[in-house]
Write a protein that binds this ligand. Structure first.
Ligand SMILES: [Zn+2]
Length: 409
């Protein structure tokens, strides 16, 4: 926990201008997005031996929170990388892995970015945080803010699932439900960020927040003895997870920790597929008016500058982007649960649904090692439960049923 942060500054991704470390959301010169830069020669020299401790803060050297007292934690990270042999066989894939983010403290990958977002709020002396959320980010930011003793203003989507709303209402005193979708509120809220009333815990611009998700890549590398999978399918709403994962692999490649970065494939819900459309058409992103999708966490019709960044990375890597309909996502959710016992939420399994499509369309080589990022637990899913009409048994009826079910009659 005492490891030094090797963060050195912020660099504009558009014009390359360098900025000192500080709470800055965009480039002074061109208003481009900023990303954090680290002492890569030092990482090259030490190798992975620089990593110490467990969980997310094991990666403190490559995170931007300098003071160990600001490294807020609820036990996030160190999530399992699960082999999925049954599903791999069904899909005809040589090796299928699932990076399952459900075991994080609030059940989602967001806990990685909440740890560094709230850590940065402490670092820059803020007393309050805020986020506009479709559900998962809200409960995660609220939980980490509570943990750090900060106030949190959580703006939550009116159609967020009941378990998500319950979670948010429990972890913040300031839960505000908004009308419309994420895209309706985010421009207004982003404008308010400039007034510095609260620390920006949104996904659009804050480099410190995004950084926590980079640990996904570091964990994937460590869990595969620094020979990461050939392909990683990552979810894209605004693009934080995708961009951060790409960054993590790039840093490790530059430092010589890994020989080759995986091909990062972008997965979206068909009802919120602005990035996939632009990638397919070869043009720029055209914001979409969207409605509801079961993949609530992917419901962003206008991914803004981050979406353009994802598009740039996809084109640079000559990668792939795919989408899936809601019914395909729900089918993938059940299939994963039945074949491998993994209960991930619809937002989380959109990656699997997209993988199934890409394989069916023969756009991915099944002879590779493929990893899907399952970004959330299934335990916050809201759906009709199975029928609850019970059966009364006597001893014979019970024995008959068991024998029938197991085929031993
Ligand atoms: Zn710039």
């Amino acid at each position: 926990m005492k490891a030094e942060s090797l963060a050195q500054g912020l660099v504009c991704i558009d014009c390359g201008a360098a900025h000192a470390l500080g709470y800055r959301l965009e480039c002074e010169r061109c208003r481009g997005l900023l990303e954090l830069r680290y002492d890569i020669p030092r990482l090259a020299k030490t190798g992975p031996a620089i990593l110490a401790g467990r969980g997310l803060w094991r990666y403190a050297p490559v995170l931007p929170i300098a003071d160990p007292a600001h490294r807020v934690t609820l036990g996030e990270g160190e999530t399992p990388l699960l082999e999925c042999p049954h599903l791999a066989k069904e899909l005809g894939v040589r090796r299928l892995l699932a990076k399952f983010e459900g075991p994080n403290p609030t059940g989602t990958v967001k806990d990685r970015s909440s740890a560094t977002a709230v850590g940065a709020a402490l670092q820059f002396g803020y007393a309050a945080t805020s986020v506009v959320s479709s559900g998962n980010a809200g409960s995660s930011i609220a939980a980490y803010s509570a943990r750090a003793g900060l106030r949190s203003l959580i703006f939550a989507y009116e159609r967020a699932s009941a378990p998500k709303l319950l979670h948010m209402a429990a972890t913040t005193a300031d839960l505000i439900i908004y009308k419309g979708v994420y895209d309706d509120l985010i421009p207004l809220w982003d404008g308010l960020v400039e007034e510095r009333l609260f620390f920006d815990c949104g996904a659009s611009r804050n480099a410190y927040k995004q950084e926590g998700k980079k640990t996904l890549a570091y964990e994937l590398a460590e869990q595969t003895a620094f020979a990461p999978p050939d392909v990683v399918v990552a979810p894209v709403a605004v693009g934080e997870t995708f961009i951060a994962t790409a960054r993590g692999f790039r840093e490790m490649r530059e430092a010589g920790w890994i020989a080759k970065a995986p091909l990062l494939v972008a997965a979206q819900a068909a009802r919120a597929n602005a990035v996939v459309r632009a990638f397919r058409d070869g043009g720029a992103i055209v914001p979409l008016k969207i409605g509801y999708t079961v993949a609530e966490g992917l419901a962003a019709g206008n991914p803004g500058k981050k979406g353009a960044w994802v598009l740039r990375l996809l084109r640079e890597q000559r990668s792939l982007a795919g989408d899936a309909e809601d019914d395909e996502i729900l089918a993938a959710q059940r299939r994963l649960a039945r074949t491998e016992g993994i209960w991930a939420g619809p937002t989380g399994v959109a990656t699997l649904a997209v993988l199934i499509r890409l394989l069916a369309e023969k756009r991915l080589d099944p002879a590779q090692t493929i990893c899907v990022v399952l970004s959330e637990t299934g335990l916050k899913t809201e759906a009709e439960p199975p029928s609850r009409s019970g059966t009364a048994f006597d001893a014979d009826a019970l024995r008959r049923l068991v024998r029938e079910r197991l085929g031993t009659t």
